[in-house]
Design a protein around this ligand. Structure first.
Ligand SMILES: O=C(O)CCC(=O)C(=O)O
Length: 283
């Protein structure tokens, strides 16, 4: 069966038609998916009734998988390749560590020295309404900046932290996070290693620019985040169960809206495909 791509929005994203992941896609089909991934930035596969092993196996066709060493609390206990994004309470009744995962604009693993190339998020249980995710096209957002602004930011590096909304804000947890994830500097403009296009690399995990204070940096960080998340650069995904969304972290950022009734279960699982080395650790 031939694969087709049906665009999801003006700015980015396409649904992949004609591919059943459980039927072990051919090499030719995977090459087409790769090409679509580079063209559209995010790909949606609907109605995929697959197991955890099949999710991992499909993801491996696109590169080496992260074992999520820096996020041990969020890993699936039996599959280190799977990161849980769930509000399902723990067996002891305590709230899930990943209840608020992704509720700031970000690009996955930007706070590491090998930020993710791609992520593949599979929806297992979704609320009856809401729980949407927004994605932004960071290549387009960069291209729509004025030349003056492009020049101004061309040599800036952002300080990325793993900052996110978590339930346990004890000193122990803060110390654990600092030890596992020291701040990392990344260029604000990155060149996509496959398309050669420039893209903004910013988000709400960027706390300052290297060599500047947080106070000095904040207005420009806020402006760039606001600019990149304008509606004309964004696709909003409304999840159904049994979908996979495969996004390119090198030219998109995303945000989990948290717009749902928390008494309902929202359970998704993510694989993370390692990217090329980028950035440096700050002391
Ligand atoms: O839960 C979502 O909608 C997105 C999760 C997320 O941001 C992530 O996996 O990086």
């Amino acid at each position: 069966m031939t694969i087709e791509f049906k665009p999801l929005s003006f700015s980015l994203g396409a649904e992949v038609l004609g591919l059943k992941i459980k039927d072990s896609p051919s090499k030719e089909q995977i090459e087409l998916v790769r090409a679509g991934f580079l063209k559209y930035g995010i790909l949606l596969f609907r109605d995929q009734h697959i197991s955890r092993e099949q999710h991992i196996g499909f993801s491996k066709l696109f590169g080496e998988l992260d074992q999520h060493e820096s996020l041990p609390r969020d890993r699936h206990p039996d599959y280190s390749e799977l990161l849980m994004v769930t509000n399902e309470p723990k067996p002891n009744g305590m709230p899930s560590d990943s209840k608020y995962t992704g509720q700031v604009w970000h690009s996955d693993m930007s706070f590491t020295l090998a930020p993710a190339m791609g992520s593949i998020l599979r929806s297992i249980k979704v609320p009856s309404v809401g729980g949407d995710t927004m994605f932004s096209n960071m290549t387009l957002a960069y291209e729509k900046l004025s030349k003056g602004m492009q020049n101004l930011i061309s040599d800036l590096h952002g300080v990325h932290t793993s900052a996110r909304k978590i339930i346990d804000l004890s000193q122990d947890r803060i110390d654990e996070t600092k030890k596992l994830i020291p701040p990392v500097a990344q260029p604000i403009v990155r060149i996509h290693p496959e398309t050669g296009k420039k893209a903004l690399y910013i988000g709400e995990k960027v706390k300052s620019f290297v060599g500047m204070t947080e106070d000095e940096s904040k207005p420009l960080i806020d402006y760039l985040c606001r600019h990149a998340s304008k509606p004309q650069f964004v696709y909003r995904h409304q999840w159904q169960a049994n979908e996979l969304l495969f996004w390119d972290n090198r030219c998109t950022m995303h945000l989990a809206l948290g717009d749902y009734d928390e008494s309902e279960i929202r359970h998704l699982e993510r694989t993370t495909i390692l990217g090329t080395p980028s950035g440096y650790v700050l002391q």
